[in-house]
Design a protein around this ligand. Structure first.
Ligand code: IFM
Length: 723
């Protein structure tokens, strides 16, 4: 079960399918739009780190010059699926090799018929190259023309990011008698990133009649006309490369080098398949007894792997990966809390790159804290290339798009700093990578701790520390005081800072001394940290329920079951202001905290909180981040039915487009959270400071779960079965 397949094309679902059929290689991703185009398509290629300024959202991933265009003409009639007749159609994404294939039979309005197939992949073996093979079997005598273009006229929903810099064709060299290269050179308007794409068009099968280079400005095109003989297959390959000024000082030379290095389709295909085989050897997760769960897990892993930076530690993964325009490529806590556990366990080198990104953006996090009068590192809620805060301040109100709604997360969601520290600690615990902790992790954890100590407010009346005016994970409630998740994670961050400092003093005293001096970790400061840890306020009721924030339990209660059936979120039903008045939450908050720090809570405490908050959580139309966490919590308490219900809801986020917005891109946190639900929930993997164990609770209809993970650099194979 390795393929995502469709047997018909529905124009109204095309944006959803473009997301689902995205391919990529950790350097770039390309949505599953058609080579020849389709009216209303949202075609896009995003290259990691290629951001450009944009109004309201500050910066966004610039939709790169389009490498896909490949137009086929049958005796002069241009193939397009919105005209003529489509008498056969199938599209398949092979997750094992990252190859997307479409096969169809088309009859032109003038009656010319042909079977046409397109296969494409972006190579995992050489991340700069992307290839298309087009096969045409005409049912007529005449000509077939193939036109391949590099199109620099791309935009982000109307906003043009690219300037044309130059283009040209290289003279045919003896080495590349067939398919000499043309290139297109563009530059982003504000960030001044150069991107050069290069291509070759190679006739593999069929009698070539003419070949032309059309030097159209910003759309260099290679055209090839071949003789059409009924029943005789024609094969034409389009080889492309992309390189940017982020990759080196001469992206043009780099792009040409890579496109010219492509020997032929079979060799490139094999190299790509070999590279993917290695990925799957590390990452595959086998589920027997539940076909839907199996294919979803491979699909989710595929989507995460194609977004995972393997050669770059200056980028993070956006909440929608590189698969859509949603959230403009910005990264959130989605990476550290949802995606990083997947990489920490299956791909430590990728995890390290992602954590390096946070280390490298410490200067921006320090500047954000300082600008608000705090010390240490306050990470951006939404982060892009520099780590500066890029959360939009205002966005169109969903109830009336002519009005604006204030977005508060960039100002108030301080828990992000603890989330980053949490991921750093988890990486170290699992990998044992002392070198990274010494060089980068310790500073990150100490600086985030410093932020939380400076942000804590002394409440003289109650003799305690508070965090007022924050937003926790549940974004239905803003401007709240003492959000339990925030307070507990901040406290955890401070406690962990002491552990790391102790360890560093033993392990690398010179580094410890250097950090103590540079970060000004004086005895008085550390004494203050201890006091904050001790006196931070978290309100727990006698029965064990932890109040989500001050006054939450006094809000109007909401029985969400009474609003069923519904197709809108509770926040849409109540309105932004109204939602603040109810105990209806967008995603797990206290439960989330207990999932992350579950070793520290008794089962009775976790049960009390799950039982209280579960019916008050908007599982269906709240955040897509919620259900997987809810599934892990339910699993750990043996709530088998609940666990599977939450799991399957999470599993369907993208493939079934349950929220109707998958066209904006993959819900990466949900994809990764679903994986966590299987590994940490159903398989019950627990990693402590002393080792690991599994405590399986497979759904009754599952027969077997098998996976590999890395512990202290060694691959561990786990297999759990149902009796
Ligand atoms: O980070 C999340 C947040 O928790 C809920 N709203 C969407 C964000 C991006 O996925």
């Amino acid at each position: 079960m390795w393929t995502i397949h469709e047997e018909s094309f529905q124009a109204q679902a095309q944006h959803h399918k473009e997301t689902i059929f995205t391919i990529g290689n950790g350097y770039l991703s390309t949505r599953g739009a058609f080579e020849e185009g389709y009216p209303g398509d949202r075609r896009a290629t995003f290259v990691h780190g290629v951001f450009d300024a944009a109004p309201i959202v500050f910066t966004e991933l610039a939709n790169a010059p389009d490498w896909l265009p490949l137009v086929v003409l049958l005796d002069g009639e241009r193939f397009s699926m919105d005209i003529g007749q489509l008498t056969a159609y199938a599209r398949t994404l092979d997750l094992q090799t990252g190859t997307l294939a479409r096969r169809l039979r088309w009859v032109s309005p003038g009656g010319k018929a042909a079977t046409i197939s397109f296969e494409r992949f972006t190579s995992l073996a050489d991340p700069h190259i992307a290839l298309i093979r087009c096969r045409i079997t005409p049912e007529f005598e005449g000509t077939v023309e193939v036109r391949a273009t590099l199109n620099g006229n791309t935009d982000n929903e109307g906003l043009m990011h690219w300037r044309w810099i130059g283009q040209g064709a290289l003279p045919r060299s003896s080495e590349h008698k067939r398919g000499s290269a043309v290139f297109l050179h563009n530059r982003t308007r504000q960030s001044q990133i150069d991107l050069v794409s290069a291509m070759r068009l190679v006739g593999v099968m069929g009698r070539r009649l003419t070949e032309h280079f059309w030097d159209v400005e910003n759309a260099p095109t290679l055209s090839m006309t071949l003789a059409a003989r009924s029943g005789r297959q024609i094969i034409v390959d389009k080889f492309v490369s992309l390189a940017t000024s982020r990759d080196g000082s001469d992206p043009r030379a780099l792009a040409l080098e890579h496109v010219n290095a492509i020997v032929d389709w079979p060799a490139a295909l094999q190299a790509n398949a070999d590279a993917w085989a290695k990925e799957w050897e590390r990452c595959d997760l086998v589920i027997e007894g539940d076909e839907e769960a199996q294919i979803v897990m491979r699909f989710n892993l595929f989507q995460l792997l194609i977004a995972a930076p393997r050669h770059d530690n200056r980028v993070n993964i956006g909440a929608k990966t590189l698969s859509g325009f949603g959230y403009r490529g910005h990264a959130f806590w989605d990476t550290e809390i949802f995606m990083l556990p997947v990489f920490i366990l299956t791909s430590p080198a990728i995890a390290r790159n992602l954590l390096d990104y946070r280390y490298l953006t410490l200067p921006a996090a320090r500047a954000k804290a300082k600008a608000s009068g705090y010390e240490g590192a306050w990470y951006a809620w939404e982060s892009a290339s520099t780590g500066e805060e890029v959360t939009p301040t205002w966005i169109p109100d969903f109830r009336d798009r002519k009005k604006l709604a204030r977005v508060w997360t960039g100002d108030l969601a301080i828990h992000i700093s603890a989330d980053v520290a949490y991921a750093a600690r988890q990486y170290w615990r699992v990998s044992g990578d002392n070198e990274w902790m010494r060089a980068h992790g310790a500073e990150l954890i100490l600086e985030t701790a410093k932020f939380f100590a400076s942000r804590a407010e002394w409440n003289a009346e109650a003799q305690r520390y508070d965090y007022t005016d924050v937003i926790g994970p549940d974004e239905n409630h803003d401007h709240v005081n003492n959000n339990a998740y925030t307070n507990r994670l901040a406290q955890w961050n401070l406690q962990t800072a002491f552990q790391i400092l102790d360890w560093l003093q033993q392990d690398a005293p010179e580094k410890a001394a250097e950090l103590i001096q540079r970060l000004d970790l004086s005895a008085e400061r550390l004494a203050h940290w201890r006091e904050v840890i001790e006196k931070l306020h978290i309100h727990t009721l006698p029965g064990g329920v932890i109040e989500q924030f001050d006054g939450f339990l006094q809000l109007k209660d909401a029985n969400l079951a009474e609003y069923e059936p519904r197709t809108r979120s509770m926040q849409e039903i109540f309105g932004i202001e109204g939602a603040n008045q109810y105990q209806a939450i967008k995603q797990p908050d206290v439960v989330m905290m207990q999932v992350l720090l579950h070793e520290e809570y008794s089962e009775a405490s976790r049960r009390a909180n799950y039982d209280y908050y579960n019916p008050r959580t908007d599982h269906t139309y709240g955040s897509s981040l919620g259900p997987s966490i809810q599934a892990i919590a339910a699993c750990r308490m043996g709530y088998a039915e609940d666990a599977y219900e939450h799991f399957i809801r999470s599993a369907r986020a993208d493939l079934r487009d349950v929220r109707g917005n998958a066209g904006d891109g993959i819900h990466a946190a949900s994809a990764a959270g679903t994986w966590q639900a299987v590994i940490l929930g159903f398989a019950g993997l627990e990693i402590t400071d002393d080792g690991w164990r599994v405590n399986p609770r497979l759904p009754a209809h599952w027969k077997r779960v098998a996976f590999t993970f890395f512990y202290r650099g060694q691959a561990q194979k786990v297999e759990v079965t149902n009796p």
